[in-house]
Design a protein around this ligand. Structure first.
Ligand code: FRU
Length: 539
């Protein structure tokens, strides 16, 4: 009885029961769907992803306020529930026990007379440094940007400020702080997207904020009073657009005890293949100032646009990492918005618009003197594996069919492949359907480029910026073999090459589901060392 009276326990049980009822529904709908053999498709059938998070209805952009607590991963998101294009921003909310299956919750933060609720972050204030705790409940503190539309329309420049809100019911509802804003606008037009992190090395809260084309660093002891420490960005990195949605965290270099600080900065436009994208920097932090590592600076200077990107596809933006992941887990966990401001408002769905990427781990590797981030899909996805198909040592000369949807549904699949000693191989994977739509991707040895071509992948005409073929030079890898992971959903492909060093995420809208996966050699035959295809039983 005593435990039942504990409000935290009651709320956690409530969240759990909501979650279980959602999973049951998922199983029922799967059975119904398998019964019918469809020839015409509703928007839900054709485009609602099987396992990438989408809101039930309305518009979604950036992931916000992600934290983990007591068995639940929380995801908030920029949301306009009353329309399918960007509008007055709310924080939508979803929960998951594994970052794969999500349950949408009631809206967590509503806009008010001070403005729309733009992007931001949340932390779990375990020691009650904010003083917002009541009856021993651990408060969740969210920080977001107030965007005052009236002030913007009136031509003012100070329309963005930072505010906080706290939750005493496990992140379901938030109470806005009476003294908001906690950081007033100093006269900077783009001044937004606060990302807080507990700095256990210097024992204080930190916050990074995008300001024009710079990042401002703040610190605090109580999450209410913030002191500006420094800024970063002048003359370094990509500056093709405004800087947005930063993230900042320490990360251990794989296999060592060396710790480096990583700064993620989203930029729009100015991405490597047009529109929105996210660049990163590796360096050191003394509690006040971030200094880029000289070797990383050197690597940046070798790049044409002075940036190194977390993803070379066009649909991974504004991604940030989860707060409060237990030490026993130890992973850095990331999720991005799977769209691009160049066409996000026009993609061909009506009920909802946009999905998130799969959750990914972030790792830091040092090879010779170069620091690199590696992004990989979370291992929780493998818990959903169903039917499996495996092939080994396949000689590819011309085009070879790998699989069709009679064996494994290609709208919910995880694929691993390996090509031994890539050096002279050029290959193209093709996903095709009876309508003649094709999504092509692979590696071209003549220019050492990975590529992804969605120009004939189905509906593309909704934006002249959408149909494209993108490419990315293969970065040096320790291994002469090529390893690739492919995550397929109804409307997205996520490609992870060289152990997560080169990532490409793209969305597409075929006229009917892709039914066949084949692989082609270009000039010379080559050996596909192995390929493993797993159906993912999630929808
Ligand atoms: C990034 C962004 C943020 C802003 C939010 C508004 O996609 O422009 O900078 O806070 O979207 O919805």
């Amino acid at each position: 009885m005593k435990r039942i009276n504990n409000p935290k326990f009651v709320i956690t049980i409530l969240l759990l029961s909501l979650f279980v009822s959602c999973k049951n529904k998922t199983e029922e709908s799967q059975i119904t769907e398998n019964k019918s053999d469809k020839t015409t498709y509703s928007e839900e059938d054709l485009y609602r992803p099987n396992f990438h998070f989408t809101p039930k209805k309305g518009w979604m952009n950036d992931p916000n306020g992600m934290f983990y607590k007591d068995g639940f991963y929380h995801l908030y998101f920029q949301h306009y529930p009353n329309g399918n294009t960007w509008g007055p921003m709310h924080w939508g909310h979803a929960i998951s026990t594994d970052m794969v299956t999500w349950k949408e919750m009631p809206i967590a933060i509503y806009p008010d007379e001070k403005g729309y609720i733009f992007s931001g972050s949340a932390v779990v204030d375990i020691n009650n440094s904010s003083g917002f705790s009541k009856d021993g409940i651990v408060p969740i503190i969210a920080m977001f940007t107030y965007h005052d539309m009236d002030a913007e329309k009136a031509g003012k420049t100070n329309y963005q400020s930072q505010a906080i809100a706290y939750s005493l019911d496990e992140g379901q509802t938030f109470i806005k702080y009476s003294e908001n804003p906690v950081i007033k606008n100093p006269g900077i037009r783009d001044f937004r997207d606060p990302k807080m992190v507990w700095d256990s090395i210097h024992e204080k809260w930190l916050m990074v904020l995008a300001a024009g084309q710079k990042i401002m660093f703040y610190s605090s002891q109580n999450l209410k009073d913030w002191k500006q420490e420094s800024d970063f960005g002048t003359g370094i990195g990509g500056h093709g657009g405004v800087w947005e949605c930063p993230d900042f965290f320490p990360l251990k270099v794989q296999g060592t005890n060396e710790v480096k600080w990583v700064l993620l900065v989203s930029i729009n436009p100015g991405g490597p293949n047009g529109g929105s994208a996210t660049q990163y920097f590796v360096g050191d932090f003394d509690g006040k100032q971030f200094k880029i590592d000289p070797s990383f600076k050197n690597d940046l200077n070798k790049k044409e646009n002075k940036s190194i990107w977390i993803d070379y596809g066009r649909d991974n933006y504004a991604g940030v990492t989860w707060a409060n992941i237990p030490d026993a887990d130890g992973r850095k966990l990331f999720m991005g918005w799977m769209s691009n401001w160049e066409y996000a408002n026009a993609v061909p769905t009506e009920t909802w618009r946009s999905a998130m990427t799969v959750a990914r781990t972030v790792e830091l590797q040092k090879v010779n003197s170069s620091y690199k981030l590696l992004f990989k899909p979370v291992k929780e996805l493998t818990n959903y594996r169903g039917t499996k198909l495996e092939m080994e040592s396949v000689t590819i000369n011309g085009s070879t069919k790998i699989i069709d949807s009679k064996s494994i549904n290609l709208s919910s699949a995880e694929i691993y492949f390996q090509i031994p000693d890539l050096k002279n191989s050029s290959f193209t994977f093709k996903l095709t359907n009876i309508q003649g739509d094709t999504l092509a991707f692979g590696y071209d040895n003549s220019n050492k480029n990975f590529f992804l071509d969605r120009s004939k992948s189905g509906k593309t005409e909704f934006s002249e910026k959408f149909a494209n073929r993108l490419s990315m030079v293969k970065r040096t890898s320790l291994n002469p073999d090529l390893f690739g992971t492919i995550i397929l959903d109804k409307t997205s492909i996520e490609l992870f090459f060289d152990n997560g060093e080169t990532v490409m995420t793209e969305i597409f809208f075929p006229n009917s589901p892709f039914e066949k996966l084949s692989i082609e050699s270009k000039d010379q035959e080559f050996t596909l060392g192995s390929i493993e295809i797993h159906k993912l039983n999630i929808n």
